[in-house]
Ligand binder design. Structure first.
Ligand SMILES: [Zn+2]
Length: 85
């Protein structure tokens, strides 16, 4: 399993209170595979959910007390499909 760390395009110093998880269908379940998680402050929960929806994933907002991650941090569990330019 590869893990990629990234960030959302917005700049924010808000405290992280939510982990917006992104799921894709697997095994006949809409939430079958956890593909990525975005850590956000309350103001950016909707931004993160919209981001996953646009990528064709199902967002699920979970509460978190992760105070060491800045708003907009992304942990991506998907296999990278990037091809060299
Ligand atoms: Zn924020």
């Amino acid at each position: 399993m590869s893990i990629t760390f990234g960030t959302m395009p917005h700049i924010c110093t808000g405290g992280v209170t939510a982990a917006v998880e992104a799921y894709s269908p697997a095994g006949g379940l809409a939430h079958g595979s956890l593909d990525a998680t975005a850590y956000v402050c309350p103001a950016h929960v909707d931004t993160a959910r919209a981001m996953w929806t646009e990528e064709g994933l199902t967002p699920f907002t979970a509460q978190t007390a992760n105070s060491t991650t800045r708003c907009g941090a992304i942990t991506d569990f998907r296999q990278t499909t990037d091809t060299p330019a």
